[in-house]
Design a protein around this ligand. Structure first.
Ligand SMILES: C[S@@+](CC[C@H](N)C(=O)[O-])C[C@H]1O[C@@H](n2cnc3c(N)ncnc32)[C@H](O)[C@@H]1O
Length: 213
């Protein structure tokens, strides 16, 4: 159990040798399928500036760069191991991709620059969901989108089991995510639940302020 805990805790903040192995795994097949499930909510929209929060090994930043050829993507992660792997993974995109070490709970809440923010398999670990969502709200332009994708719907057995093993992990239901997003000022655009798996995705929008308000 102790070794399993040590390994699974690497999903929260990859560090050292085990962290490197975990981050490589994050760039593999199953997490990619989950990310693609979430990305299906975006339809044919086009984006200029995208930020992938808790970017891990950078596979999804690369997928966003591939899907949106005009976009520049910033990946943010507080793990040095994730940052190093994500930089290496996306080197081929040159200056279209920037990977930064940073904590989602400490984003500059006034930047207002991104058209799209994404968070794959990471909000479970964010300290204070509403505060972090308010920070994401701050870095989006008006009308900007925020996509949250999780492999646990907050009710499934595996998610609940991981919650007990991984320090500080919290699995959320779609309703809990939507409530925290709305509290941070977002409008919910769409939610989906995978037909067979407990995968969920929520797409939210920073409203466009009405004139004179
Ligand atoms: C399970 S991994 C998912 C990585 C990637 N999004 C993916 O789907 O492959 C979670 C990542 O979120 C990062 N993370 C967790 N909390 C964070 C925070 N407060 N700020 C920035 N990154 C965070 C971790 O370091 C880790 O790389």
């Amino acid at each position: 159990m102790a070794i399993l805990k040590k390994i699974l805790n690497q999903t929260r903040k990859p560090q050292g040798f085990l962290g490197k192995v975990m981050v490589k795994g994050m760039n593999g097949g199953a997490p990619a399928m989950l990310a693609n499930f979430g990305l299906s909510l975006l339809g044919g929209d086009d984006f200029g500036r995208i930020v992938d929060l808790g970017c891990g090994g950078g596979r999804n930043a690369g997928e966003l760069l591939r899907r949106y050829p005009a976009a520049r993507v910033t990946g943010v992660d507080y793990s040095a191991v994730s940052v190093a792997t994500a930089k290496k993974h996306n080197r081929k995109f040159g200056d279209r991709c920037e990977i930064r070490q940073g904590d989602v709970s400490r984003l500059d809440p006034t930047a207002g620059e991104y058209d799209l923010a994404t968070a794959f398999e990471t909000v479970y670990f964010w300290p204070g969901l509403e505060t972090c969502f308010a920070n994401v709200y701050g870095i989006l332009r008006q009308g900007g989108l925020f996509l949250v994708t999780n492999e646990s719907d907050g009710l499934d057995e595996t998610g609940k089991k991981y919650e007990k093993i991984i320090d500080g992990m919290k699995v959320y239901t779609t309703d809990e995510i939507c409530a925290a997003l709305e509290k941070a000022g977002f409008e919910i655009v769409k939610t989906i639940h995978h037909e067979k798996k407990p995968w969920i995705a929520v797409l939210a929008k920073k409203p466009i302020a009405e004139r004179g308000r």
